[in-house]
Design a protein around this ligand. Structure first.
Ligand code: LLP
Length: 441
């Protein structure tokens, strides 16, 4: 199973998540249900935080990339773990502020930040804005001039490292909507431009080479390219970056295909990154920058399990067996988007050996609506509780009300006890913003 002991099979042969029996959870809270193990999230925050402390004398900051899973409680957890967060929209900023998260530990990202998003960030005093466009520099400069303030910014740079992962989630190739390339000198040009702005303090650079990456070498290559770039800019323009933000992207366990990567020792990743950073700063004669990392998936992904109830079962002789559940692409669109792979188990019969390979179908009105394809299960029956593992990242955060299904609630489990951190939606929620114009009444 997954790497960090969130899951076990108990004496009744039921799946247990963070000490809570999945069958009891399904009974008490209903399905579909997202279950998150608080201890796992806390452990992962401390793995990254402690690694920076130990390997780099604390000269850095871990930001939880909250796009992976955003709700009030997760910002509370991140804050109590003494880490920062990466936010990518006014909505994520607002949620963090509502949770009382300290603004100075928030970095704002986005390739097309809207004026109201920048205003919100500036009004609350976010720690840094990671700039991704000339016009964004102009907007920030002008907004800061009006406020009589100076904003710390980083520039998003594309170091041209190709990470081996699904092509839709690679973000640092030269043809990318994100960042300015080192190779075509656009990163240098925007640096020159940023340095002319009176109300902007350029503090350094950011890059993010992709997501669900296991190859340590990709991260080390990014460090090398970024440090060479920093040295080049120092030599040509006398500007020496103080901060280097390397983004996130550390891979997690979804299936045993991922286990062959010995399932990520994240402290080891950071240790190697710091070693490379120090070596390159010595080699290129630049200071060792303040290191920022932005893991999202690896903090919350394996902390999460989604519970469903099995409904209709359809066997197409000689072709395939579909086991339909009460969820689907509205709670987890990752199969539809990326053909994502998952491990599923019958939570009420977790000790039984798998006997067949099936596709888990959702209940939405389209054929592409699968939760996962080709998973091994014991023979499933209507009423079984199906658990899909490693759904803590980019599931709830990408959920929708497609087909007017309810976005499932989220419970947080700690010491075997579960409580809502996102309540169930109601019919009223579905029509809350609908309006019938007078002439249609
Ligand atoms: N920093 C930046 C600037 C990013 O763009 C991302 C993810 C992260 C940090 C966090 O990366 P992580 O550690 O979570 O891999 N929806 C896709 C994933 C998109 C990731 C986008 N950026 C999925 O479901 O796989």
């Amino acid at each position: 199973m997954n790497t960090r002991k969130t899951l076990r099979i108990n004496e009744q042969g039921h799946l247990e998540i963070g000490g809570a029996d999945a069958v009891s959870l399904a009974k008490s809270f209903g399905t579909p249900l997202y279950v998150m193990d608080e201890q796992y999230i806390r452990d992962m925050c401390s793995v990254y935080r402690d690694a920076i402390e130990k390997e780099y004398g604390g000269n850095g900051l871990v930001l939880y990339a909250s796009k992976a899973f955003s709700c009030l409680a997760v910002y509370k957890i991140a804050d109590s773990e003494n880490i920062g967060v990466d936010a990518v929209s006014a909505g994520e900023l607002y949620t963090a502020f509502r949770a009382g998260f300290p603004a100075e530990k928030i970095y704002l990202h986005g390739n097309n930040k809207l004026p109201y998003e920048l205003e919100l960030a500036l009004d609350h005093g976010v720690g840094a804005i990671v700039v991704d466009a000339y016009s964004e520099l102009d907007m920030i400069d002008e907004m800061c001039a009006r406020r009589g303030m100076v904003q710390k910014v980083l520039l998003r740079v594309n170091p041209g490292v190709e990470a081996h992962t699904h092509r839709f989630i690679q973000t640092a190739k030269t043809d990318s909507k994100f960042g300015f390339s080192v190779s075509d000198k656009t990163a240098e040009k925007i640096t020159e431009y940023a340095l002319t702005k009176k109300h902007i303090r350029l503090a350094g650079y950011h890059c993010h080479i992709g997501s669900q990456i296991f190859e340590k070498q990709s991260f080390l290559l990014a460090v090398d390219k970024m440090m060479a770039f920093i040295a080049d800019i120092k030599a040509k323009h006398g500007f020496e970056a103080e901060i280097l933000n390397l983004g996130g992207g550390y891979g997690i366990w979804y299936t045993d295909e991922d286990a062959k990567y010995t399932c990520a020792d994240y402290a080891e990743y950071l240790k190697a990154i710091v070693r490379e950073l120090k070596a390159k700063s010595a080699e290129y004669g630049v200071r060792s920058p303040f290191l920022v990392v932005e893991p999202g998936r690896s903090i919350v992904g394996e902390a999460g399990v989604t519970l469903y109830t099995v409904g209709a079962i359809k066997e197409i002789p000689g072709i395939k067996k579909y086991v339909a559940v009460d969820g689907g692409m509205f709670d987890n669109p990752r199969y539809a988007l990326y053909q994502a792979k998952y491990t599923a188990i019958l939570a009420n019969r977790a000790a039984e050996a798998p006997t067949e390979v099936v596709s888990v179908a959702g209940k939405c009105c389209e054929s592409g609506d699968l939760v996962c394809a080709d998973v091994s299960l014991p023979k499933a029956e209507r009423g079984d509780i199906l658990a899909v593992l490693s759904t803590g990242a980019y599931n709830y955060s990408m959920a929708s009300n497609y087909n007017r299904n309810f976005i499932p609630p989220v419970v947080l489990v700690r010491d075997g006890k579960a409580e809502y951190i996102v309540k169930p939606q109601t019919y009223e929620d579905l029509v809350r913003n609908d309006v019938i114009p007078e002439r249609l009444k």
